[in-house]
Design a binder for this molecule. Structure first.
Ligand SMILES: [Zn+2]
Length: 196
């Protein structure tokens, strides 16, 4: 289980929470929270982290949260650091798959995952070719998200991950339902959720 941080201001409390509950930690500057105090983590900040994230590009949030150029700049900085430190990344991408693929291709191979992936299926191949896996959250169970369901059905088993997307996208208690839903959709058992 992994808890990602989103802003320099909360990295220390996220770290304390993870230490208290023996949960894996990731830290990053999330595109929703790019105020003046936002910054990319340093190698020192990332001590003890198993990944760098949540980081990414979010087109609808760009205008109100620091602007598109700032999103791109911080993403680049953080992707380069992840490659340097050989850490996987947790990527948040909304209406920005073209530019994200461009950034990842520029760097070559990056390990990590796309969080709360909602398709479309055509993205499975380019992202997986670059070293990314796909984490599906409770949003995929909501009505009217056909491209999310199609992607969940088509995603290769070894690239498939699940998340609660808590607190914004769901609750940890929804995870067993999500795994059961995915198993039924795919017609195969895709894992069990260990009680925590
Ligand atoms: Zn996100």
């Amino acid at each position: 289980m992994l808890v990602p941080g989103t802003h320099a201001r909360s990295w220390e409390s996220t770290r304390a929470l993870c230490a208290e509950h023996s949960v894996d930690l990731a830290l990053g500057a999330h595109p929703w929270f790019l105020d003046e105090a936002a910054r990319a983590p340093t190698a020192e900040d990332l001590t003890g982290c198993v990944a760098l994230g949540e980081i990414g590009l979010d087109r609808p949030h760009a205008k109100a949260h620091g602007g598109w150029d700032r999103q791109l700049r911080l993403l680049r900085q953080q992707l380069e650091l992840a490659v340097e430190l050989d850490l996987p990344v947790v990527l948040h991408v909304v209406k920005a798959h073209g530019p994200m693929l461009e950034e990842l291709r520029r760097l070559g191979r990056v390990r990590g995952l796309l969080h709360s992936f909602m398709g479309p299926t055509e993205l499975l191949s380019p992202y997986s070719a670059l070293g990314l896996k796909f984490s599906f959250g409770p949003a995929v169970m909501r009505a009217g998200v056909r491209r999310g369901l199609e992607a969940l059905r088509a995603c290769p088993r070894d690239l498939l991950l699940f998340e609660s997307d808590a607190p914004d996208g769901g609750r940890p208690a929804a995870l067993p339902d999500l795994v059961a839903f995915a198993s039924a959709l795919r017609g195969e058992a895709v894992g069990a959720v260990r009680p925590f």
